[in-house]
Design a binder for this molecule. Structure first.
Ligand code: E4P
Length: 232
């Protein structure tokens, strides 16, 4: 499963990219507004930091203006994926933009029927929102499973399932188990994914035991061992 970072914060992206696990980034108007910078400049900078798809969302509500915004956003950088909402106009824009060869992420998906329509309209990604469904007492993960199953029934549909609105590591694990192609993850959740008290405890125990070894310098040991071999 690919991992995208769900943020417009440049420091978070810079940090996470260094972990070597980030395949792309998703933004939305709320995330961009939270950072307070210039939209296009922010998207351009993110594209320069991540070797993968970067979702930038249109804000127009009519198809004609969405298409115009989307075509311009696609010119900002080759990594840009144009994000459109799952409305009738969003579907029209998806069809037109994907017809141009632009990758489109159709967002705000809350039922499987919407995902089927987005795929028919040529979406590269469909973004079902798990957390927001959970918040209202529905099972967000069920939606991921349904969409994965539906798409699997029709191999002609090339749309990838991008699990969004992820709130914790369990969402990521369950999305992966369900066969989601991508999960877009807030930096806070990514950091939580690496933590386990037994990892810290085990690491501390290894270091404590290593302290009793007479020569603890691994680099020096390997260098001396190599020099010795060379001289033979
Ligand atoms: C995805 O692309 C969305 O930007 C995001 O996952 C929404 O998550 P939220 O429900 O935490 O705002």
């Amino acid at each position: 499963m690919k991992i995208f970072l769900d943020t417009a914060n440049l420091d978070e992206i810079r940090d996470a990219v260094q972990w070597g696990v980030i395949d792309g980034v998703t933004t939305n108007p709320s995330l961009i507004a939270r950072e307070g910078g210039d939209f296009i400049e922010t998207i351009h900078q993110i594209c320069g930091m991540v070797d993968g798809p970067v979702s930038a969302e249109v804000v127009a509500q009519d198809a004609a203006t969405m298409i115009r915004e989307g075509r311009l956003l696609a010119k900002v950088h080759k990594n840009v994926v144009v994000k459109v909402p799952l409305t009738v106009d969003g579907l029209k824009a998806c069809k037109a933009l994907s017809g141009d060869g632009t990758r489109v992420n159709v967002t705000l998906c809350f039922q499987a029927a919407q995902a089927l329509l987005a795929a028919k309209a040529g979406a590269t990604y469909i973004s079902p929102f798990i957390g927001r469904l959970d918040d209202m007492g529905q099972d967000g993960m069920l939606l991921i499973q349904q969409i994965v199953n539906i798409y699997a029934n029709y191999p002609d549909l090339k749309t990838e399932v991008l699990a969004a609105s992820i709130r914790d590591p369990l969402h990521v694990v369950q999305a992966a188990e369900a066969g989601s192609d991508v999960a877009t993850i807030p930096f806070k959740v990514l950091k939580a994914m690496i933590l386990h008290p037994l990892t810290d405890k085990g690491n501390a125990a290894f270091l404590k035991d290593w302290a009793s070894v007479p020569d603890q310098d691994i680099i020096g040991q390997v260098e001396r061992w190599m020099a010795k071999r060379k001289s033979l």
